[in-house]
Write a protein that binds this ligand. Structure first.
Ligand code: WT7
Length: 629
């Protein structure tokens, strides 16, 4: 399954395009199937209808855990580094992982959870979060993880969208020097979630929580009652494995659905090849399980490969900006995978936080979530990788399930800012705005993929039409990523960023429409428009233009209220960085907001605002330029 050099990559790539079914069948052979598939692939991008490993039967947790027990029962699956510095690292062996997952799976069963039922997970970055995902998968329940930075309202919307039966949560989370309540937030959400019958609460911070009799249960007490054996549910390749909500350019977040067989094959294959993980190495991905990276490259991919990984509860700047490097030395991490925003923040903190650490165990560095600017790339390469570790700049999305475009460590020649080349099985194309495929090198366009790979999105939960509209209707017969992209003279891909109304803030995807509708909930705000602008640390910041009629309150008070409202409706991650109070927004005669102009102003590029002749009232623009923050 693991490519070893450039020649092998070229051969694998060619084979994967010439005969995709044969290629993926040979990869899928490496897994344990309860029953092999009858046919590798059936697909069309019009419905869309995509099926991989048809009629194959499996359970992903048998491949993540049981399969390794014969040889690896006492090997470490996870090292757990707590938020607090100076604590000994906890070791979770494959055997322990097996036992904990089975116990928790049995608890879910005792709550009446059955194959196909949905379970919401709202937990901090602790081993129990990983157990939770796997316990669901063990019994065929569909997990829906909600990131800890989302508000009660967001949890509620997600629970109701997929009618979750059970919620797995904790009293709270340690985050740097803060303690964040979680159960209280869940309680607030559950006031309006009729489908939820049981809540399991892990005690992490020993916080005071309200426990509702009959509904809420203590995690440890329940788990202790259960056996460490739980027969894995037999799943069809195309049974859903999980739902993960993600923002788009319109409406509420959609539940991206991934299925068991293809996701298993692709996350393992991409993990082994991109990071060139070798048995015995220690791998650390700093993401949170609340995002797809935490699903594919903390939980499933590494476990499928039998790897040893790190789970880190804390944050990069606590107790100081040397924490990552402290942990790298402490656990002797070989492969380190993080986001550009973290790199930029640590770069800004200065080299004094890097110098005391040797970092000599590092062999491979990774980047994910947003374009990595050349300066951050060079800093990472020089100061963290000591110019001897390749950087794999991995491009992918929640919808793609796994990494699609990336160097293979020590195999693909890297180039700062470039995700370089597609993995075998991935067929990217660039198209112009009319959908015409742009051939050749040294070109730029909208990034699409023209052939399915095993972990492609199957549907958006409860609304297949939305999946079709969003990803498969813009250009016929192509999966549209929403990203702009360049292909240089070497055929290398460079992702330039979103071409739709999605902002990438610190690697988190935020839909402008969602933020606008939250802001509009403020009584004082008549209308708003939200755009992204370049931000030194976050990559992009959120800039909100808000129409507020003359009122008795000061702009500062109104701004505070806007921030509170967004915090309450979406969560702290969507709070605007800048709020400009305006009297009007630039609109065309047909009433459409001209975001292009608002983006330019937010970027500070007002010298050439382009054609404003179609504007209803050009004076609005002058006022906005004058009032820029
Ligand atoms: C969007 C997907 C993939 C897991 C984390 C984010 C941007 C992601 C890169 C990269 C440039 C990147 C894209 C993409 N993105 N990785 N290496 N270089 N841009 O997942 O929340 O689904 O966001 O993140 O714009 O479309 P996500």
């Amino acid at each position: 399954m693991q490519i070893k050099n450039l020649e092998e990559y070229n051969i694998a790539y060619e084979e994967s395009v010439k005969d995709p079914e044969r290629f993926w069948a040979s990869v899928a052979e490496h897994f344990e199937w309860q029953k092999k598939w009858d046919k590798v692939l059936e697909w069309n991008f019009t419905s869309p209808d995509i099926k991989w490993f048809i009629n194959g039967k499996l359970n992903i947790t048998e491949n993540c855990i049981d399969r390794h027990l014969a040889t690896k029962a006492r090997d470490v699956a996870f090292y757990f580094e707590e938020n607090e510095i100076g604590k000994p690292v906890r070791e979770i062996t494959y055997q322990k992982l097996h036992d904990e997952v089975c116990r928790l799976a049995n608890v879910l069963k005792s709550f009446g959870v059955k194959k196909g039922d949905r379970v919401c997970i709202y937990l901090p970055m602790i081993p129990e979060a990983v157990y939770a995902l796997l316990a669901c998968a063990r019994i065929g329940a569909v997990h829906s993880v909600v990131f800890g930075g989302f508000s009660a309202q967001s949890i509620k919307d997600r629970i109701n969208d997929s009618s979750c039966k059970v919620v797995l949560t904790s009293d709270g989370a340690y985050r740097g020097n803060k303690q964040i309540p979680m159960k209280a937030t869940v309680d607030e959400a559950l006031v309006d979630c009729p489908s939820v019958t049981n809540v399991l609460v892990y005690k992490r911070i020993n916080g005071k929580v309200n426990m509702l009799n009959g509904r809420d249960h203590d995690w440890e007490t329940e788990v202790k009652k259960q056996e460490t054996v739980c027969t894995a549910e037999i799943m069809d390749s195309e049974d859903p494995l999980f739902i993960l909500y993600t923002s788009g350019s319109t409406g509420k977040p959609k539940g991206v659905v991934h299925t068991c067989g293809g996701y298993m094959v692709y996350t393992c294959y991409s993990f082994l090849n991109v990071f060139q993980y070798e048995p015995g190495q220690i791998y650390w991905c700093t993401a949170d399980v609340g995002w797809i990276t935490g699903h594919s490259y903390i939980t499933y991919g590494p476990l499928l490969a039998g790897a040893t990984s790190v789970i880190f509860e804390g944050v990069p700047n606590y107790p100081d900006a040397g924490r990552f490097w402290n942990v790298v030395d402490k656990i002797k991490v070989n492969v380190f995978y993080t986001a550009p925003t973290a790199i930029r923040a640590l770069e800004a903190a200065g080299l004094d936080f890097v110098k005391p650490h040797s970092l000599s165990s590092l062999k491979v560095l990774g980047s994910v979530g947003e374009p990595i600017n050349e300066e951050a790339w060079q800093w990472y390469h020089k100061n963290i990788g000591k110019e001897k570790c390749p950087i794999v700049d991995t491009w992918w999305q929640t919808e793609t399930g796994g990494i699609l475009i990336s160097p293979l460590a020590n195999i693909t020649k890297t180039k700062p800012g470039f995700a370089t080349l597609p993995l075998p099985g991935v067929q990217p194309v660039l198209v112009d705005d009319k959908g015409k495929i742009i051939e050749g090198n040294g070109v730029e366009g909208n990034l699409c993929i023209k052939f399915p790979w095993p972990s492609i999105i199957r549907t958006t939960y409860g609304d297949h039409e939305r999946c079709r509209q969003t990803y498969f209707a813009t250009y016929s017969n192509l999966y549209f990523t929403g990203d702009g992209c360049k292909r240089d003279e070497d055929g290398y891909y460079r992702i330039t960023g979103r071409v739709d109304d999605v902002i990438n803030v610190s690697g988190h995807r935020i839909g402008t429409a969602e933020v606008e509708s939250a802001i509009n909930e403020c009584e004082e705000v008549v209308e708003s428009a939200v755009v992204g602008y370049p931000h030194d640390i976050k990559g992009q910041g959120i800039y909100a233009y808000c129409i507020v009629p003359k009122s008795s309150r000061s702009h500062d008070e109104i701004r505070k209220e806007i921030l509170n409202t967004v915090n309450k409706i979406i969560g702290p991650i969507a709070k605007p960085d800048k709020i400009q109070i305006v009297n009007g927004l630039p609109k065309t005669r047909s009433g459409k907001i001209m975001r292009r102009i608002l983006r330019k102003v937010a970027e500070g590029d007002v010298s050439n605002l382009g054609d404003t002749s179609t504007l209803l009232d050009p004076a609005v623009v002058e006022e906005i330029v004058k009032g820029k923050i």
